[in-house]
Each structure stands twice: as structure tokens, then as C-alpha cells.
Design a protein around this ligand. Structure first.
Ligand code: NCD
Length: 534
């Protein structure tokens, strides 16, 4: 069997596959679907895994019909083994960690895990730690993990089938997409995956239709804009239809009541009405409009009413059927039965590794002012020995700067020493903070890394015998990890201490200067990633 670039790969978020890999995937799905419709057994056989040792293991810790059953039927197409963990009676309920549970199952020669859970970032974490397990136990293959939906985070295989259906209706043309996303954009993982997923199209316009309570979280809107999408927002279908430039592709989602708090639930009738399609809207639609839906729709309150089932608007049924074709191809790629003719770029193994230097030592020999300490004093006395951190939070308000100086002191463990903090105002009118700590401080490389993480864009002066002996400028590190006191603010994230999974937090810098959690993707500022809740 061939070993191609897709072999053994996990799909934890849609970005795990490069844009070219995804475009190749869609072409393969097209070929498969054509062969199925034509009954072309020879082509179908060329897709098949046909390996009796190949198995998928379905682990659904949240309910599912389509995702679970389409994967099961896709595995049957491949004549592969299908196992299912009975989650309600498994040892997860006895307090076993996810890592222990999945590691043990991979020891039973399972090749692909299909995992759905409320815990965001679970697949990414399982994928990481299964490498060690595989090595420790000399297993012949490391299992792959497919995220079948993790909380409000992502649903990458749904994203693939959604896009395939859009493409089918575009004549497989990647150049343009104009889509309206309607419904519960706050809780819906299928629409969150679109922020990166739709990058397969060259030019993307997204219209977001949701009342404020169900609006798309800012970080996904920001990501869409960063990815070059044109984004507009509307609070109801009614409001959307008043604008002349409406999309012909409408992607509906259901209000996810099971994820909503009491306060929102009280308003559910009103919220639902703003995202439910009504007969009177029909004449306002553009010719050729199609409706999509990841399903399920609610039997009493469907946002796409059933009177539309028998109209040309109905693309959601074909979309659900496409789910199985997409999953057949995905399994084939990961098992290596197809994919050997792909020759485009591959998604790099770790998108965050970079050797960029973010703690820059300033060459003092080039300076005219001989390193004399004129400005830094310990109260009324100049500092002879010690450290001075300058330019803290330049441009923020004095109260924000003060709060952040407290955090810096705590993170660096310099709370207890002598010295002080103050705020000054430059000739440009901007405030900045300065921390002084007289005394003998020896900062290790790890201390400097912590400083850059909590105080980027600052300078650190190390003063000995009344002179600046060394000076460093800090920049935002590309990754922040390996510190015990980091914490993702999302309590549904696998790395959140409340989940009890013992996963160390890790953050990756985003192009616009945020830190995204490596597991659940939530955006944070560098001030928000430190656990100071005791
Ligand atoms: C979706 C899901 O579970 O995220 N369903 C699906 O997989 N087809 C959407 C939903 O539950 O509303």
C-alpha cells in the first residue's frame, strides 16, 4: 500500500490540511461521487482500503446521528472494522483521563479515532500525547484522530462536506463564494470552522445573520477578516432581506438550546423568530438560491420550515448525503489507499515552530551615554544594583498600567523585593509604566522568557555598580508554553484546570498580536493568559 502525505494524518481542525490538500480532497470526492452514481465498480475499488487490520473507533461523548452513521457507513464501504466505545458505561465515568482511555484503545490496534466531545481541543491533545504512547509501547502505527465536533470549537469534517456541496453548486469553481450564515452563530461549531475553512475559495463574502445573543464571537469574525473575507452583519433575516445584495447560498444552523444559559433560553421564541425562514420571504430571494443546514433541524421549530422540502431551495438533503462520500475519501486518504498522486504543498507538522528571537540584547558599547544611570532611582537614591523594566504598556491608561505592573511583578516573582512602580507620561502624551527593583537579581533564560511573555515591547535594564551592564528589548514570543501558571480562559478547553486532564496550556501568537490557545483556539491578549486565581 502506498504511503502518501495524507497517510496517518489527524484532522483536529480544518487548518490541519493545507488549502491545496483540501482542494485535492474535493476533486477526489467528485470522482468518487461520479463513480457511485455511475456504478463504476472499478473506480470505486481504487478508493477502497481493503485492509482487514484497518479499523475505526467511534467515541461519541455527545449525541450524533449523521456524523457517526456516515462514518460507520463510510468504513463499511472500505470493508474496515468499526468499533464503538459505549461512553455512558465506560471508565471515563470512573474518573479516568481521556489520555488513559484513548491510549489504551490504541493499544488494541485501532487506526483512526473519530471523537466527538464537549471538551474543546480534545483531539489535538490526544493526537499529541498518543505519539509518546506509541513510542513507549512500540506500537506499529500511531493512531490518527478525527475531530467529529468539540464543543463550540470546530467540526472539520462537516466543514469539508459543506464546502463540497457549495462547490457542487458552483460547478467546482474555487474562485468565488458569497454565503449567508444564519442562526446560532455563537454556539455553532460548524460555522466556526468556516472562519478558516472557506479559505479554499479565492474570494469570500460572508453575511452573518443572528441576533446579538447568538452573534458570531469576535475572534472568529476577526479571523475571517484576517483571512481576507468581506464580512457583514445583520440581526435578522428580515433586516438582511432589506439590503439589495443578498447571497444565493444560505447556510442555516439550529439554536443550540443545550449549550445556552437560562437567561438566553427565556428569550428563545424571540431569538428563533429572527433566524427562521418564513413564506412571505420567498419572493425576495434571488434566483438560484440554495439552502444548506448541517442538521438536525428541530421537529417543532425548524429554522428551515418543512414546506420548503420539495422546492429547489433544498440543498441540505444532498449535503447530508455528501457527508458519507466525504468521509469515505477522508478515511481512504488517512489509510493511504488514495492520495499518492497529490503533489502540492503539505501542511507543516507544527505551524508554530519558529526560531525568531524575541529577547534582543542591546549593544551598549555603541551608545554615547556610557551606560550611566541618570533616570532610575530607588526613591530618592539612584540605583546602584538592580533591575529596571521600562516602557510597560505604553499607551494604556494609568489604571491598566498599574494593574499590569502588579501582574508582571507576580509573574517574575519580584513581589517581595524593595523598590517600586511608577507611571510617567512622555512628550507624545502617552503613559508608560516602570518597575524598579534594587538588589542582586540573577535572571535566568527562563526568567527572560517569562518577562517577554508578560511584558512584551519593554526594556529590561540590568544595573551593576551604578551602570547599565546589560539591556534587553522584549518582543511578543511566537509561542508561550512550559510555564505552570499559564491558563486558557475557556473553561471548556481541555487545557483548563477545571477539566482535570492535567494538560499544560500553550498559546500561539496570531498575525494580529493575540495569543490563540493551541487547543481550543480562543484568542487572548498577553495579559489574559496567566492564572492568578490562586
Ligand atoms: C452539528 C453538530 O453536531 O455540530 N450537527 C452535525 O454534525 N451534522 C450541528 C448541530 O448539532 O446543530
Amino acid at each position: 500500500m502506498s504511503r502518501n502525505v495524507f497517510y496517518g494524518r489527524s484532522l483536529t481542525v480544518i487548518e490541519d490540511f493545507s488549502i491545496d490538500e483540501r482542494r485535492y480532497f474535493f476533486k477526489k470526492v467528485r470522482q468518487l461521487k461520479d463513480a457511485i452514481l455511475a456504478g463504476d465498480e472499478k473506480t470505486l475499488d481504487s478508493f477502497r482500503i481493503n485492509d482487514p487490520d484497518f479499523g475505526i473507533y467511534e467515541v461519541f461523548l455527545e449525541d450524533s446521528t449523521r456524523t457517526k452513521e456516515s462514518f460507520r457507513n463510510a468504513a463499511k464501504f472500505h470493508h474496515a472494522k468499526v468499533s464503538e466505545l459505549m461512553c455512558s458505561s465506560s471508565s471515563i465515568n470512573k474518573g479516568e483521563s481521556y489520555a488513559d482511555t484513548f491510549n489504551m484503545l490504541s493499544g488494541y490496534s485501532n487506526t483512526i479515532f473519530i471523537v466527538r466531545s464537549k471538551v474543546e481541543g480534545l483531539c489535538r491533545y490526544l493526537d499529541e500525547q498518543s505519539r509518546d504512547y506509541t513510542n513507549r509501547n512500540s506500537l506499529p502505527v500511531k493512531p490518527a484522530f478525527i475531530n467529529a465536533g468539540d464543543g463550540k470549537h470546530e467540526h472539520p469534517t462537516q466543514e469539508l462536506l459543506d464546502e463540497f456541496t457549495f462547490l457542487e453548486d458552483n460547478g467546482m469553481d474555487f474562485s468565488n463564494l458569497h454565503v449567508a450564515l444564519v442562526g446560532d452563530l455563537y454556539h455553532g461549531r460548524t460555522v466556526h470552522s468556516k472562519a478558516d475553512g472557506l479559505k479554499v475559495f479565492d474570494h469570500v463574502r460572508v453575511d452573518l445573520i443572528a441576533p446579538a445573543e447568538l452573534a458570531m464571537p469576535d475572534s472568529y469574525v476577526e479571523k475571517m477578516k484576517e483571512n481576507g473575507f468581506e464580512v457583514r452583519s445583520f440581526s435578522s433575516i428580515e433586516e438582511y432581506l432589506k439590503n439589495p445584495d443578498i447571497a444565493t447560498k444560505w447556510y442555516f444552523t439550529r439554536p443550540q438550546l443545550e449549550r445556552m444559559g437560562e437567561r438566553i433560553l427565556q428569550k428563545q421564541a424571540e431569538l428563533r423568530s429572527s433566524i427562521t425562514f418564513r413564506k412571505e420571504f420567498m419572493p425576495l430571494l434571488k434566483e438560484g438560491t440554495k439552502f444548506y443546514h448541517p442538521l438536525p433541524r428541530h421537529k417543532e421549530h425548524p429554522t428551515i420550515p418543512t414546506f420548503l422540502d420539495n422546492t429547489p431551495l433544498n440543498a441540505w438533503e444532498r449535503q447530508a448525503i455528501n457527508g458519507m462520500y466525504c468521509r469515505i475519501v477522508l478515511l481512504g486518504l488517512i489509510a493511504g489507499s488514495i492520495g499518492e498522486d497529490y503533489d502540492g504543498p503539505v501542511k507543516p507538522e507544527d505551524r508554530s515552530i519558529t526560531d525568531e528571537e524575541y529577547i534582543v540584547s542591546v549593544d551598549l558599547s555603541a551608545r554615547k551615554d556610557t551606560g550611566k544611570v541618570k533616570n532610575y532611582s530607588e526613591g530618592v537614591h539612584p540605583i546602584d544594583n538592580g533591575i529596571v523594566i521600562d516602557h510597560i504598556c505604553k499607551g494604556d491608561s494609568p489604571s491598566e498600567i498599574r494593574a499590569h505592573m502588579r501582574l508582571i511583578s507576580s509573574v517574575l516573582g519580584i513581589d517581595e523585593g524593595r523598590g517600586g512602580e511608577w507611571i510617567s507620561r512622555g512628550s507624545d502624551g502617552k503613559y508608560k509604566g516602570i518597575i524598579f527593583r534594587p538588589g542582586d537579581y540573577e535572571l535566568t533564560r527562563k526568567d527572560l522568557k517569562r518577562l517577554a511573555a508578560v511584558a512584551p515591547h519593554c526594556t529590561l535594564n540590568i544595573i551593576r555598580n551604578g551602570k547599565v551592564e546589560a539591556k534587553f528589548r522584549t518582543h511578543m514570543p511566537p509561542r508561550i508554553y512550559n510555564f505552570d501558571d499559564l491558563c486558557c480562559t475557556n473553561d471548556a478547553c481541555v487545557s483548563h484546570p477545571g477539566q482535570g486532564e492535567n494538560v499544560s496550556a500553550m498559546f500561539i501568537r496570531t498575525p494580529d498580536g493575540h495569543y490563540a490557545c493551541a487547543y481550543c483556539g480562543r484568542f487572548h491578549s498577553y495579559k489574559e493568559i496567566w492564572n492568578r486565581r490562586g
